[in-house]
Design a protein around this ligand. Sequence first.
Ligand code: TRP
Length: 446
Amino acid sequence: MSKTLERWGSKRAFILAVTGAAVGLGNIWRFPYVAGENGGAAFLLIYVAFVILLGIPVMMAEILIGRAGRRGPMQALGALAAEAGASRHWRWLGLFGAFTVFCILSFYSVVSGWSIEFLVASINGNFRGASAAEIGAGFDAFLANPGLLIFNHTLFLLMTMVVVAAGVAKGLERLNNLLMPLLYGLLLLLAAYAATTSGFGTALSWLFLPSLEALTPSVVLHAMGHAFFTLAVGACALMAYGAYMPDEQSLPRAAVAVAVLDISVALLAGIAIFSVVFSQGMDPADGPGLMFVTLPIAFSELPWGSLWLSVFFLLLLLATWTSAINLAEPMVATLQGFGWRRSVSTAVVALSVWSIGLLSALSFSTLADFRPLLGRNVFELVSSIPPDIFLPLGGLLIAIFAAWVLPRSAAAAALGVGERGYLCWRNVVRWVSIPLTLMVLLSGLL
Ligand code: TRP
């Protein structure tokens, strides 16, 4: 990561790479279940507001730092801080980001493993003709089987680390080009199917008509965390991608394009999933299994259901794969920054994420009652605290660095939209994003 890096092949390739990082389990699995547990429309409204007010401006801050530094996160932060006459300690922000993605990847890999299992099951036609109750019971039985969970977690992590070890840029470009339109098309089809079900109306009002009593500080905190999570912002992971960004590209335009795509994928998935929830009389607050139970039910009622379901899980798996690769990159880059070889760094990261991931995999069976903190088990802890607390905290520091520490000329050049555009962005970050993040973090914690 030390010398000048290769650049993405084109502007489109950069947008696709960032979209690949953004679109993943967060949109299709995490959004519906967290929204389900947090009152639906109230959560959605706040989350979209946070994407606009925090997510997009901070995403620009993060990519801008990478682009200005053209190095791995820690070195970029250290070098830019030194140039600005600020403390070299800013580089520890890169390490904090690496720690955050470490926690996230440990459960992300376990849940991605569920997609592998469901892909295989749908290819085998296991859901054909199954009732909603049978599909739900099948999922619970699967979670209670630690061996299977660990096997799939291992497989997914291996799949991810092979690409990371080889270096990210090249393979991703081509994969995303093909993958995103297909995934989008299939979700459109699903949403169209959802419109024919009896739960469609209820799903729409539940998703889009907020009731204000539902707006508690904890809902607001979850919504903020999810805005960062779904955009892949706050852990210096996009910083690493910014380092490869072509010189002539407009950063704000790329960030807005990614955010629009990301939100619309979540909305399509939400419409499809909640229509099934309400048609089947299920509980929206059913937790992490929500998507894995509802979508097989939806597809099993469609002609060629098993085929569509297999294609869906395949696409979902590929989307989570590109996200996981992005999650792994800051850790590998950090170790490389300490002078380690890429292959060794990747192996060390893989092994540590794998072992901590075991605790998540076992949280549904053997370790279900091991609740070290806040009465939550390991899976519940790593899937809530790093997204809800660490990402906003990281994002806050990234925003402060980009909007207050970086010299104006360097930041404006890296943003790529001229002086006026730069000042506009800086005002939003200084006077909206930073205070808002701080306020929500504090009120959520207290
Ligand atoms: N955004 C991805 C998703 O929605 C997850 C992700 C990828 C991520 N890279 C990240 C989250 C970096 C935080 C930081 O599935």
